[in-house]
Write a protein of this length. Structure first.
Length: 278
């Protein structure tokens, strides 16, 4: 409980400027605006969140579906959708984010003598605040605090309140971009898995390259010092592309793989999704 209170205090300190916005209207950050700005503004398809915040008075909707293979024995498959995220631009270069529950379906092989065992359910609800701390021509730095509510079902939900506090630093020059997100979290396992609490350090490195004003490729490596209760490091990687159909509409494809540990419970997955600004 002391660690959980410490995370809450850290989140309030880091994001204090978000609750005292400047009297003037927020100016769009250069990497997050313009005809191709949506590619930098979206959180998906990466695990890392964007250092950009949604412009004041506007909304971003992100959604997608993934299909993958479970890690370990027995083998199986896992599907999730709609992976919805809604973000609202607030005054003072800040945003509010809401991630409603996603539906997850797992099918575990029972071998040649029996049918596959299946389980399905909904994950937890997450809410949070992101605040842009500052930027230059090439650099941008942002702070984010997320709360995972005790919600979802007993198999895929969160048994207790979870907290995560992160900092995001990004650099961009021409078509090239790199982003480092690092944070700490205190989360709980689903109730059916015991509901135990665990803390983790969570680094994430993402590199992007825009081949045209509409097409961007990315590669990402991310991990957690504790992939779950009584677990060690878990590390995964993913990569893919984003295509800007219009300045306010994006579609994307991604492929993810496990590197070590059991972060996310998969050996590999394929995903597709979209992003809208309105």
């Amino acid at each position: 409980m002391n660690k959980q209170k410490g995370l809450l205090v850290l989140a309030l300190v880091v994001l204090a400027p978000a609750f005292f916005p400047a009297a003037y209207a927020s100016a769009p950050t250069p990497p997050c605006s313009g005809p191709s700005g949506l590619l930098g503004l979206l959180d998906r398809p990466t695990i890392s969140d964007s250092s950009c915040v949604v412009p004041e008075g506007m909304t971003v909707l992100e959604a997608g579906a993934t299909a993958g293979n479970l890690y370990g024995a027995p083998s199986g498959e896992v599907d999730t959708l709609p992976n919805l995220e809604l973000r609202w631009g607030l005054p003072g270069n800040s945003e509010f984010v809401w991630l409603p529950p996603s539906f997850q379906y797992e099918s575990v092989d029972a071998g040649p003598l029996g049918p596959a065992a299946t389980v399905s359910g909904f994950g937890p609800t997450t809410v949070g605040i992101k605040h842009e701390l500052g930027y230059t021509q090439h650099w941008q730095w942002t702070a984010e605090a997320l709360a995972t509510l005790p919600s979802g079902d007993s198999t895929f939900g969160s048994h207790g309140l979870g907290m995560a506090v992160s900092g995001i630093i990004s650099y961009g020059s021409g078509p090239f971009g790199v982003s480092l997100m690092a944070g700490v979290s205190s989360e709980t396992e689903p109730t059916a898995a015991g509901g135990q609490r665990f803390q983790s350090f969570n680094p994430d490195l993402t590199v992007t390259w825009a081949s045209t004003s509409r097409l961007q490729f990315y590669a990402e490596v991310y991990g957690q010092s504790h992939a779950g209760y009584a677990q060690g490091w878990g590390t995964d990687a993913d990569g893919g592309l984003q295509y800007l159909v219009t300045p306010d509409f994006e579609v994307d494809l991604e492929e993810g793989v496990r590197i070590q540990g059991n972060l996310g419970g998969f050996s590999n997955y394929t995903g597709a999704g979209l992003g809208l600004l309105f």
